[in-house]
Write a protein that binds this ligand. Structure first.
Ligand code: NAP
Length: 267
C-alpha cells in the first residue's frame, strides 16, 4: 500500500509512525508532505518516510491520501490536491469540523473517509471515530480501518453528525483528563507537597484507578462506594463536588464542545 500524508504535525506523524511500526506500509511507500522546514528536518532525521514540502503529481500514485493539516489550512491544500488526485484514490481526513460533503466538493472527488482521532494515538493508545461517504466500498473502508487501528482502537459511525460528539468526548477528552489531574496536583501543593511529590501521588493514583475500572468486576458507583465510606474523608470531598455541581459542569462542558464542533462544521 502507498500512502501520502499531507501535514505531518502531531497527528500526521502519530499515524505515520504507527503504520511503519506495524509494518502496514514500507517507509519508501510513505510520502510525507510537510510545509514547515523545521518539522521536515526532524522527519528526515526520523526516517519515517519520504519527506517533501509540496503536493506534486507523485501524490496521484498513492492508494490513500491522508489529510492532517489544520482545518484552516485545507484552503491552502485543496486546489493543488484537486489537480493531481486520481478517481480511484481514497482520501482519509482527520481534520476537525470539515464535513465529507465539503471535502468532496473542494476536491471534486467522492471517495472520502472522515475520522476523529485523539492524541494518545501517538502511543498507539488512541480511540478514533470514523465514517465514510456512501461511495467508499467496504474493502477500502476495511483497509483504512486496519490502518487506523494501528493507532489504537476505532469505532465506525453510520451518522456523520455523531463525529461532533466523538470530537467532544474522546477528541477533546485528553484535555479534560489533564485538567482534572492538574487540579488534583494543585490541591496536593496547597496541602504542602512539592510539585514532584504531588504529581507522583496523583499520576500513580489515576493510573491505578484506571486499571481498576477495567479489571474490577464493579460498576463505577460501586468503585466510588468502595473508597467513600460513610462519614469519611472521600465522602466529604464528594459532597463538596456535588455542592459545586462538578459532575453537571463536566457534562455541560462536553456538550458545549459538541455544539462548537457542529458550529465549526457548518463553517
Ligand atoms: N491534536 C489533536 O488533539 C487532534 C485530534 C483530532 C484531530 N485533529 C486534527 O488533526 C489535524 C492536525 O492536527 P495537529 O495537532 O497534528 O496539527 P499540527 O501539529 O499543527 O500539524 C499540522 C502540520 O501541517 C503543516 N501544514 C500546514 N499547511 C500545509 C501544507 N499546505 N502542506 C503540508 N503541510 C502543511 C503544518 O505546518 P505549519 O506549522 O508550518 O503550518 C503542521 O506541521 C487537524 O486538522 C486537527 O483538527 C487533531
Amino acid at each position: 500500500m502507498k500512502i501520502a500524508i499531507i501535514g505531518c504535525g502531531n497527528m500526521g506523524m502519530a499515524f505515520a509512525k504507527s503504520f511503519v511500526q506495524y509494518d502496514l506500509v514500507k517507509q519508501n511507500n510513505l510520502l510525507l508532505i510537510e510545509k514547515s522546514a523545521d518539522r521536515s528536518a526532524t522527519l528526515r532525521l526520523e526516517k519515517a518516510g519520504v519527506v517533501v514540502d509540496t503536493i506534486s503529481a507523485r501524490v496521484g500514485e498513492m492508494d490513500l491520501i491522508i489529510l492532517s493539516v489544520k482545518p484552516q489550512d485545507f484552503n491552502g491544500v485543496h486546489e493543488s490536491l484537486r489537480a493531481v488526485i486520481q478517481p480511484n484514490q481514497v482520501v482519509l481526513s482527520i481534520m476537525a469540523g470539515i464535513p465529507i460533503a465539503q471535502i468532496q466538493k473542494k476536491l471534486n472527488h467522492s471517495l472520502v473517509i472522515r475520522a476523529m482521532p485523539n492524541t494518545p494515538a501517538m502511543l498507539g493508545m488512541g480511540i478514533t471515530g470514523f465514517t465514510a461517504a456512501k461511495e467508499v466500498d467496504l474493502a477500502s473502508l476495511r483497509r483504512v480501518e486496519n490502518l487506523i487501528n494501528a493507532t489504537g482502537r476505532s469505532i465506525f459511525l453510520e451518522d456523520e453528525s455523531m463525529l461532533d460528539a466523538v470530537t467532544a468526548l474522546s477528541g477533546s477528552g485528553p484535555a479534560y483528563f489533564y485538567y482534572v489531574v492538574k487540579a488534583m496536583i494543585d490541591a496536593g501543593k496547597q496541602m504542602g507537597f512539592d510539585d514532584a511529590v504531588s504529581a507522583l501521588l496523583v499520576k500513580q493514583t489515576m493510573l491505578g484507578a484506571y486499571h481498576l475500572i477495567n479489571t474490577a468486576d464493579k460498576s463505577l458507583d460501586e468503585l466510588i462506594n468502595a473508597v467513600a465510606s460513610k462519614g469519611g474523608t472521600t465522602e466529604a470531598a464528594l459532597r463538596e463536588f456535588e455542592t459545586g455541581a462538578l459532575s453537571a459542569t463536566l457534562v455541560a462542558g462536553i456538550k458545549a464542545a459538541q455544539v462548537r464542533s457542529t458550529e465549526l462544521s457548518k463553517g
